[in-house]
Design a protein around this ligand. Structure first.
Ligand code: AP5
Ligand code: ZN
Length: 215
């Protein structure tokens, strides 16, 4: 099963991706997570992408496509994968189409999670993430039992450097580049639009049903 999550920053892609990966046993491939890991490890890739992530601008297509091409060559993707945050420009989508055509495994399903823009700022500025296991929380919408600590592993919760009001504004503006993808995947007949302005469980319920059907 080849699945892709599409949606504005804060739409809930990462939150739903963790559930999808667990239920359907597919590797969760997030370009944002890969870039943040490279920055944390201070690799040459990390040093190159850091200014983009910190300010909320998109990393250049060429670099992002190269990272995904290498990732999709790993053996754990042979039985399927879940893409989160890639592609997000038309050139990236076209490059992905070509890569998947080469291996004869097109996307089965693109889940487009729609949330009104005015909801996103509050979601992003209130987000906290576990440093140890990556679980995603929200100070108001999904608070941990013990403030500042992860329910699952007790790890420390932190705020992403691009979840400031300024970087969020840049990220939401950059997303115009992604609009054409809705049309692109609609034409391919693989687009499923989901109302993301509901509880995490309600959104998950819909996604789960769709994925059990397309599987
Ligand atoms: P990336 O890491 O992909 O970030 P993003 O697209 O901005 O998406 P987010 O992770 O912010 O949001 P999400 O939809 O996953 O929301 P979440 O589930 O966490 O990219 C970061 C940067 O990397 C980019 O700015 C760019 O620089 C670079 N990059 C990455 N990919 C790239 C690419 N392909 N090309 C170029 N550059 C690229 O939820 C958000 C919050 O809301 C959480 O607190 C959560 O608890 C809460 N929440 C979730 N669902 C609900 C709900 N239903 N109700 C209430 N609260 C909810
Ligand atoms: Zn944790």
């Amino acid at each position: 099963m080849q699945v892709m999550l599409l949606g504005l920053p804060g739409a809930g892609k990462g939150t739903q991706a963790q559930r999808i990966a667990a239920e359907f046993a597919v590797p969760h491939i997030s370009t944002g997570d890969m870039f943040r890991a490279a920055i944390a490890a201070d690799t040459p890739l990390g040093r190159e992408v850091k200014p983009y992530l910190d300010s909320g601008r998109l990393v250049p297509d060429e670099l992002t496509i190269r990272v995904i091409r290498e990732r999709l060559q790993q053996p754990d993707t042979r039985a399927g994968f879940l893409l989160d945050g890639f592609p997000r420009t038309l050139p990236q989508a076209e490059a992905l189409d070509a890569m998947l055509a080469e291996i004869g495994r097109p996307l089965n399903c693109v889940l487009y999670i729609r949330v009104p823009r005015e909801v996103l700022l509050a979601r992003l500025t209130g987000r906290r993430i576990c440093r140890q296991c990556g679980a995603v929380y929200h100070m108001v919408f999904q608070p941990p039992v013990t403030p500042g600590r992860c329910d699952r592993c007790g790890g420390e919760l932190y705020q992403r450097s691009d979840d400031t009001e300024e970087a969020v504004a840049t990220r939401l503006a950059q997303y115009a580049a992604t609009e054409p993808l809705v049309e692109h995947y609609s034409r391919q007949g693989v687009l499923y639009t989901i109302d993301g302005n509901r509880t995490v469980d309600e959104v998950w319920h819909d996604i789960r049903n769709i994925l059990h059907d397309v599987r």
